[in-house]
Design a protein around this ligand. Structure first.
Ligand code: OOG
Ligand code: NI
Length: 461
């Protein structure tokens, strides 16, 4: 019998989820095909450049998904299932504050955290949990009925949770158990054919379409699966030519002359899918719902807190200019970036704005002692800097992505009390440490610097 290790379970889970989603949402398959087409072309043109932020095998298999659950208990179970796949909660995202529309959830992302695990398969899942205690969205009566409804459902069969616990404890599963685990796990994220209670769904929809999507049904589902593309502008143009209308914008940093940083994403709106509804009189009628959509992303270099502050400042400036001048974002943003953001990776590394790993270069002429500072070591060619790819999400873009299946704006009453939920709350619910993305990048950087110090004996590095 062969054991499957967590990373093998993760790869296989991602692959099967992709097959399932492709069968259910054919436009997703188009997105994957076009992504691969674009990636292949770039690889042919310049293999080294194309693979600077990840080997092509990793990028080709790379996906992220998104799920939404209703209760702390459900979130804890999700954490258990993903732990079996070597995916750990990273970061806290509060989407209740999004300016554009009301989204009553807080979120984290489950993903591998070690460099070698990311290289094997970086599958990640953006996971949101509903916030029924937030008075800006739900009054006491609706909160009570919502929590009651959610307490009666069970998203994951007990057998799945038991197998997940065993996989985490033993560092994998034997073949037969792995097969069963994968089967149950994938099935938990399929769209259910069960009829939807129309009255209840519509009541929640008046508060927020996301509340209805989560709390209006008795199951959960994966709501998008996102391939990674190396040139998202090219992909955007090609999708249009294939007759698939994307949202108006590519979110995140603009296309510009300088380095690619963080994350750029775009999506197509949720498609109308047939669903059955239970009406007030108990009869079942055919109808449609828009709950699943497609998204694609291009990943860039991870920014340090200082780099991120600069990024957020530029995003605000672009938004202001766009509003004041009425010019499109795609015109305004590159101008602002050209004026204010460093033009080269070298400058990002030197100014501590982005994360890199460092390796000591071979210097046959190295008779002189190496300089003390990292900036000098890099400038004088003692040390090579390799960018660290951004493995996380952006709250602003995430809020925009949520719009992909919001039909209305919902009703958020900002005069009422917010529920105080933060990373500590999330960690308590999960009964697991919540990792800080910056710590993870910094640790990777630090480990590489230790090796440089050992090689060069340079104290200031
Ligand atoms: C999650 C939206 C966030 C992303 O890529 O930023 C997300 C959702 O719609 O549930 O997936
Ligand atoms: Ni997404």
């Amino acid at each position: 019998m062969t054991a499957m290790r967590p990373w093998q379970l993760r790869s296989e889970f991602a692959r099967r989820l992709s097959t399932m989603y492709g069968a259910e949402v054919p436009a997703y398959t188009t997105l994957v095909d076009v992504s691969h087409e674009v990636n292949e072309e770039l690889l042919d043109k310049d293999p080294e450049q194309a693979q600077r932020l990840g080997a092509i095998d990793r990028v080709t298999a790379e996906r992220h998904g998104a799920i939404r659950v209703g209760t702390p208990g459900e979130l804890r179970q999700v954490g258990q299932v993903f732990a079996a796949l070597g995916m750990h909660p990273v970061g806290f995202y509060d989407l209740r504050e999004a300016a554009s529309s009301a989204v009553p959830v807080v979120s984290t992302a489950f993903r591998p955290i070690d460099g070698d695990e990311l290289a094997r398969n970086p599958f990640r899942v953006f996971t949101s949990v509903l916030t029924p205690s937030d008075r800006r969205f739900f009054d006491a009566d609706l909160q009570r009925r919502l929590e009651e409804f959610l307490s009666r459902r069970s998203l994951f069969p007990p057998e799945l949770i038991l197998l997940a616990e065993r996989a985490e404890r033993d560092g994998g599963l034997e073949q037969a158990d792995a097969e069963r685990f994968l089967d149950l796990a994938v099935r938990s994220f399929e769209l259910s054919p069960d009829p939807v209670d129309r009255g209840w769904y519509e009541e929640l929809e008046r508060v927020s379409a996301v509340a209805a999507d989560i709390g209006g049904v008795t199951t959960t589902h994966i709501n998008h699966l996102t391939p990674r593309v190396l040139d998202i502008d090219e992909l955007y143009a090609r999708m249009g030519r294939r007759g698939i209308t994307m949202i108006d914008d590519i979110q995140g940093p603009p296309r510009w002359e300088g380095p690619d940083v963080l994350l750029r994403q775009t999506s197509f709106k949720a498609l109308s899918e047939p669903r059955r509804f239970r009406e007030a009189d108990g009869s079942v009628a055919e109808g449609t719902l828009r709950v699943r959509f497609g998204e694609v992303e291009a990943r860039g270099i991870a920014l340090t807190p200082r780099g991120r502050a600069l990024y957020d400042g530029l995003a605000d400036e672009v938004e202001r200019l766009r509003r004041d001048t009425g010019r499109p974002r795609a015109d305004v943003a590159p101008e602002v970036w050209t004026r204010r953001f460093p033009r080269s990776e070298h400058a990002l590394a030197r100014d501590g704005l982005a994360y890199f790993t460092f390796t000591a270069a071979d210097r046959p002429d190295a008779a002189a002692p190496p300089p003390e500072s990292l900036a000098e070591l890099v400038d004088q060619g003692w040390v090579h800097a390799e960018p660290i790819v951004y493995e996380d999400f952006l709250p602003r873009s995430a809020a925009g992505i949520f719009q992909s299946n919001l039909t209305g704006d919902g009703a958020k009453d900002t005069t009422r009390q917010a529920a105080e939920l933060d990373g500590q709350w999330m960690s308590g619910v999960l009964e697991r440490p919540l990792h800080d993305p910056y710590d993870l990048y910094a640790r990777q950087r630090e480990r590489s610097l230790e090796a440089v110090r050992r090689r060069l004996g340079a104290p200031g590095a």
